[in-house]
Design a protein around this ligand. Structure first.
Ligand SMILES: [Fe+2]
Ligand SMILES: [Fe+2]
Length: 310
């Protein structure tokens, strides 16, 4: 896609952006992050004469700790994401209003999760800070992704974040954490809806090019948290616990969006669009097979662990 094609597409999508921005502002409820944090549990750390952090102070299970840390570090990298979407969408008109509104909403997520983890002594605060420094210094670079790819990537990514916050809340074992993460995941859902609707409009304007972008983003999908130190190991723990695994990715993130966009019923594709659709269908089938194998392996490992325990 040339630069002039991208500019044309931004202009063609602008009315849909304005409409979806209005819709978003109408349904997004204001909420106060400080209302979700149990401040009375907080106390000083060592340098102020209090107690240094120790693992037994955390009421969270190890996997809940890992998942919360990964979710928080992902949210922490907001300056990079802001730069990427501002580069793709610009700062004019409804696009610019959205870019800033979205950034302001996202910033809340890191603040309240960090406050929660610090007052409850949920994670090692030194590790957390060192990891945050590392993640933000690495940044996030979408390598000049064209606008159609950005739109489709963020649709999947917002839905993936929604599901992982919600499922982290379920395993946290603390109603306060669950309430907080449910609140955050509601925001992520509205973000997903915004991007998803724009991708729907893009499919009407340029069906084959949009389908190509969807296929590329599904095939190459990587969580924004991939830059977190030890991400692969942490992602395995998170998958073992069923918070975010291949089954979740296929059933709750990829398929719902493909269905919503009606990609397999879409008419009027050119040869390139048809080729992209075939590639997409093959990939999704392969992903489902992988998910089945992953679940079988996990079931066997769980049965072995139960035997040993029993
Ligand atoms: Fe977020
Ligand atoms: Fe979001």
């Amino acid at each position: 896609m040339t630069i002039s094609d991208s500019i044309r597409l931004l202009l063609d999508l602008e009315p849909a952006v304005a409409e979806n921005l209005d819709r978003h502002l109408g349904v997004a409820k204001e909420w106060m992050p400080h209302e979700y944090v149990p401040w009375s549990l907080g106390r000083d750390f060592a340098d102020l004469g209090g107690e240094a952090w120790a693992p037994e102070q955390s009421a969270l299970s190890p996997v809940a700790r890992t998942a919360l840390e990964v979710n928080l570090l992902t949210e922490d990298n907001l300056p990079s994401y802001h730069r990427e979407i501002e580069r793709a969408f610009g700062r004019d008109g409804a696009w610019g209003t959205w870019v800033h509104r979205w950034t302001a909403e996202e910033a809340r997520h890191a603040y309240c999760i960090r406050d929660y983890l610090l007052v409850t002594r949920g994670v090692d605060p030194d590790d957390l800070e060192q990891a945050r420094m590392q993640v933000m210094q690495t940044g996030f670079d979408s390598e000049e992704k064209p606008i159609l790819n950005v739109l489709t990537y963020v649709s999947f990514q917002e839905l993936a974040t929604r599901v992982s916050h919600r499922n982290t809340g379920k395993v946290a074992g603390d109603p306060i954490a669950e309430k907080l993460l449910t609140r955050v995941s509601t925001d992520e859902n509205l973000h997903m809806v915004f991007y998803r609707n724009l991708a729907t409009t893009a499919l009407e304007i340029a069906p084959s090019a949009t389908l190509r972008a969807i296929t590329d983003e599904v095939v190459g999908f990587e969580m924004p948290g991939a830059v977190i130190p030890g991400f692969t190991r942490k992602a395995v723990q998170i998958a073992q616990a069923g918070i975010y695994d291949l089954r979740v990715h296929h059933d709750e993130v990829i398929l719902p969006l493909l269905r919503q966009w009606g990609v397999f019923e879409l008419e009027g594709l050119d040869a390139e669009g048809e080729k992209a659709r075939t590639e997409l269908a093959d990939f999704v089938t392969g992903l489902d097979d992988q998910a089945v194998r992953f679940e079988e392996k996990r079931d066997r490992a769980r049965a072995r662990a139960a035997d040993r325990a029993g």
